[in-house]
Design a protein around this ligand. Structure first.
Ligand code: 4AD
Ligand code: MG
Length: 465
C-alpha cells in the first residue's frame, strides 16, 4: 500500500481501511497494554496518533521508537475517541527506518528556547514551531507569485553577482576568485582586478531594482523575488546579511499608484495566510502570540495612514515636547530610528503608515526629486511590531537630473551607464518598491527574531549551516 500524508488522513472518513503513514516520532506514551505514538510527517502541524497494542509487537522493536525516530506504519484508520483529533491508526505493522538515540538526540519532548534551536538549525525544522513557520514561508511565496501573476506582472530574474551598488550604501559582499596574496595594488593603492574572474570588482547584489527598472521599460510591469545580500554589521532582530526581497517595478505608475499597489499587495498576502495557513496560524497564535490572528485580521481591514515625512517629524517633535522620551533626537532631516517609526505606527495612528517625501540626503540617488528641491518621492511602509517592511519610490526619469544626483552622491557613471541609458532612450515615469520577505514573515508568523523565519540565517559571525 502506498503512503498517505497525514494532512490528507486527518480529513479522511474512510474508517476501517488499511493505510500507510511514514514520519518522525514526536512522543510515545502509554501503559503496559497500549502505547500511543504521536507521529508527524511535516505535511501539517497535526500529529497522527498511532495506537499500538503491545501484545502484537516485539518489545525490543518498540524500545527504539523514541522521540526523533523515523518509522513507517501500516494500520487501520479509525475514528478517534481522544479529544483534539478526529482520526487515529491502529497499528498492524511497524518498520523502523532510523532510530534517534535519546541520549544524544537534541530535540526532546520538553520545550526548547529559540536561542538553543538556532544553534541546531539543521534539526529545528522538526519542531512544531519551525514546521509551522516554514510551511507558512512556502505559502507566502506562493501568494506573492499569485498576486503578481494574476495582475499581469512578469517574474523577472535579476543577477545575484553584480558590479553596481544599487543602494550606494557600501554594504556589498565581494565576489572574487583571488586570494589575498594575489590582490595586487596599483600605484594609487587601489586593488587591480584585471586578473580576477570578472576582470573588475564584483559583488553580491543588495537589490535587483536597477535591472528590474530596465525590464519595466520593456515589459511594463515586472517583479523580482530572490536573495539579496548586505554586509551591514547590525546585529538586530530585524536584519539579515542574506535576505529575500520582492521588488515590483511598474512603468507609468506614479507614487500614488505605487502606494496603492504596496497596500493591496501586503493585504493580499496577509489574507492569504489567514485563508491558507489556518492550522499553523492557530498553533503560533496559541503558543507564542495570543494577538496574532486578530492583528492579521485588523491589518486587512484597515486603511493604511498616508502622510509625509515632514508631517511625521512634526508629530514626533510634538510628542517630544509633551514629554515622550526618545533615545535618538528628532529633527527634520534625521533618518528615522525604529523607535520613531514604532511611535507613529503603534502609539499615534495605531495602524500601518506609509510615509512619503523624505529628505533627499537620506535616500538613494535614483529617487524622483520633488519641486521643493529638498525632498524625493520616497515611500516607506511602516508596520506594527516590525517597523519598515517596504521601501520604495517613484524613480527619477529625467536623464540630466539623474546624472547630476548620481554624481552628487558619489555613484560613478561607469558603473551605471546601462541604467542611465533607460533615461536616454524612451524614458517614462515609473515606480516600484522592495518588500523584505522575512519582515513580512515576522508579521504573519508573530515570530520576534528574523533569524527564526529563514531556515539558515546569515548574520555577523554566523554561517555555520
Ligand atoms: O529600503 P531598502 O533598502 O530598499 C531597496 O533595496 C530598494 N532598492 C527597493 C526598491 O525600491 N525596489 O530595502 C527594501 C526592504 C526594506 O523595507 C526591508 O523590508 C528589507 O528590504 N530589508 C531587509 N530585510 C532583512 N534584513 C536586512 N538587512 C534588510 N535590509 C532591507
Ligand atoms: Mg529602506
Amino acid at each position: 500500500i502506498s503512503r498517505t500524508k497525514i494532512v490528507d488522513l486527518c480529513r479522511s472518513k474512510e474508517f476501517g481501511t488499511i493505510v500507510n503513514v511514514k514520519g518522525w516520532v514526536r512522543t510515545r506514551r502509554g501503559n503496559k497494554q497500549v502505547n500511543f505514538i504521536a507521529l508527524n510527517d511535516g505535511s501539517t502541524i497535526n500529529n497522527m496518533q498511532i495506537v499500538v497494542d503491545l501484545a502484537q509487537f516485539e518489545e525490543d522493536m518498540l524500545k527504539s521508537i523514541t522521540t526523533g525516530a523515523c518509522i513507517s506504519v501500516n494500520g487501520i484508520l479509525t475514528e478517534s475517541q481522544g479529544k483534539g483529533q478526529s482520526v487515529e491508526i491502529q497499528a498492524k505493522e511497524i518498520e523502523i527506518y532510523g532510530s534517534a538515540d535519546p541520549q544524544t538526540y537534541p530535540l526532546q519532548k520538553k520545550g526548547h528556547s529559540m536561542e538553543f534551536l538556532r544553534e541546531i538549525a539543521h534539526l529545528r525544522p522538526r519542531t512544531n514551531t519551525f514546521g509551522a513557520v516554514f510551511r507558512m514561508r512556502h505559502n507566502m511565496a506562493i501568494a506573492i507569485h499569485k498576486f503578481f501573476h494574476d495582475r499581469g506582472f512578469f517574474y523577472f530574474h535579476t543577477p545575484i553577482i553584480t558590479a553596481s551598488d544599487c543602494e550606494g550604501a557600501g554594504q556589498m559582499f565581494q565576489v572574487t576568485t583571488m586570494n589575498l596574496y594575489d590582490l595586487k595594488k596599483d600605484e594609487k593603492g587601489s586593488i587591480n582586478y584585471d586578473n580576477d574572474f570578472f576582470g573588475k570588482q564584483a559583488s553580491l547584489t543588495v537589490s535587483g531594482q536597477l535591472e528590474a527598472e530596465l525590464a519595466a521599460m520593456a515589459l511594463g510591469a515586472v517583479y523580482t523575488f530572490g536573495p539579496t545580500f548586505r554586509a551591514e554589521n547590525s546585529n538586530t532582530p530585524r536584519h539579515l546579511a542574506e535576505f529575500w526581497m520582492i521588488e515590483p517595478e511598474v512603468a507609468f505608475n506614479e507614487i500614488g499608484e505605487n502606494m496603492q499597489l504596496a497596500e493591496e499587495f501586503i493585504k493580499y498576502c496577509v489574507q492569504w495566510a489567514l485563508d491558507n495557513c489556518k492550522d499553523d496560524l492557530q498553533f503560533l497564535n496559541d503558543m507564542f502570540d495570543k494577538g496574532l490572528i486578530e492583528r492579521l485580521q485588523s491589518v486587512v481591514a484597515t486603511e493604511f495612514k498616508r502622510l509625509t515625512y515632514t508631517e511625521g517629524i512634526k508629530i514626533l517633535e510634538n510628542a517630544m515636547s509633551s514629554g515622550h522620551n526618545f533615545e535618538f533626537p528628532v529633527y527634520w532631516g534625521v533618518d528615522l530610528a525604529a523607535e520613531h517609526e514604532r511611535y507613529l505606527v503603534e502609539e499615534y495612528f495605531k495602524r500601518p503608515v506609509i510615509l512619503t517625501d523624505y529628505p533627499k540626503e537620506i535616500k538613494s540617488f535614483y529617487m524622483k526629486q520633488n519641486d521643493d528641491g529638498k525632498t524625493v518621492r520616497a515611500m516607506d511602509v511602516l508596520f506594527p511590531k516590525i517597523g519598515e517592511i517596504i521601501g520604495g519610490s517613484q524613480r527619477e526619469e529625467n536623464y540630466d537630473k539623474l546624472v547630476t544626483r548620481a554624481k552628487e552622491m558619489g555613484v560613478p557613471d561607469k558603473d551605471i551607464w546601462w541604467y542611465l541609458d533607460t533615461r536616454r532612450f524612451g524614458t517614462a515615469p515609473h515606480s516600484g518598491f522592495g518588500l523584505g520577505f522575512e519582515r513580512l514573515l515576522l508579521f504573519v508568523t508573530g515570530m520576534t527574531n528574523i533569524r527564526d523565519v529563514i531556515p539558515f540565517p546569515r548574520t555577523p559571525k554566523n554561517a555555520e549551516f
